[in-house]
Design a protein around this ligand. Sequence first.
Ligand code: S3P
Length: 437
Amino acid sequence: MTYKVTPASALEGEIEPPGDKSISHRAVIFNSIAHGRASISNYLEGADTLATVRCLKALGVDIRIEGGQAGAGGRQTTRLTVTGCGIEGLAEAEGSLDARNSGTTMRLLAGLLSAAPFFTVISGDASLSSRPMGRVIEPLRLMGADIRGRDRDGFAPLAIRGGGLKGIEYHMPVASAQVKSAILLAGLFAEGATTLHQPATSRDHTERLFRAMGAALTITENVITLDPDPLTCLDVQVPGDISSAAPWLVAGSLHPEARITIRGVGVNPTRTGIIDVLRAMGAQLVIGEPRESGGEPVADITVESSRLEGVEICGDLVPRLIDEIPLIALAATQATGTTVISDAQELRIKESDRIQTTVQELLRLGADVEERPDGMIIRGPTPLRGATCDSHGDHRLAMALGIAGLVTRGETIVIDPEVVDVSYPGFWKDLERLKAG
Ligand code: S3P
């Protein structure tokens, strides 16, 4: 399939982005192995988070899905009711689990199932099967798990026979929230404490939810210590996903006739690198007073047409905006001056090699962009011209290309646009709605 985006004469209106993907995965996984019952509202009904639900159901967890709940802005939202069964209530699945395109599903469940005393195989699609799994296999083995993977324990499918874990002290080689969460999930059921040293702060949704669910967690700077303890079920109202607000933040900044308000956006400081960078570039953003939802800060954000300037992005800022780099690169094509993105080599092992695919597709649109091993250099402003672009099966790239199409001269065709369903099933509808004003 393809999607044709025609340039917008103006962008105006309100958006309520779908529920946060990372928090949705965590809310259902943690409640499944906790004790009690929980209701999760505004659950992201995306392909990745539904894959997690299917895997947990295959392990015997009772999860009910109700669609059609009207959200604050009238958007249909999804509510899950989860009956927690503890790790002891999980049962060996009859077949292998399918994480599809979702790294979070595979890595977090690998941690959890390392503690479950039965055999599990987890597989994924072609993209997920090419993403590194050694980063979870290694620490989980150190904890005593029997976990193997294809190609000398580097890749999925993973085969796990869980149980008999011991806590570890582990220095993580990369700042990865998925790896951190896999180890902490295993640590809940290990003998003795688990201590993690992070090289930089990655998103902390696991730590927040663990604490709210009664886990004994201490955090000092980038050192996290967890004492094993069962979790108690907790109702969660999932905030809007800042990664799904990001396309509109960039669209509003780039387009010369724009004013967009985005409601209910999660503004956890470990995720707000996109706001910091857009502000540093000169974007006109107004962020309302944050309120609390599900243990996370949430705010409304208004963005208006802005004059952007190039910026430098590197170091500890990178994990705080890692999923937004294709959009930031697009913004940089319209900024005056040079934007340098470095220390972002992790992008090469996302749903696509996002350094290579982003550079390739922006070049197709006429941008001045140069690939670097750990990022890219973008010189702007360059007028973009419509072209046929490939999403490379990557939801974040598909959305960045859709936003580009709003400001190109001529129409932009996006190949495989349906891949946005991974994290934002209503994306194309919202894009047309904002164009209509
Ligand atoms: C995620 C963590 C990030 C991010 C991914 C979701 C999570 O990856 O890119 O989209 O939910 O934990 P890392 O594990 O590299 O931090």
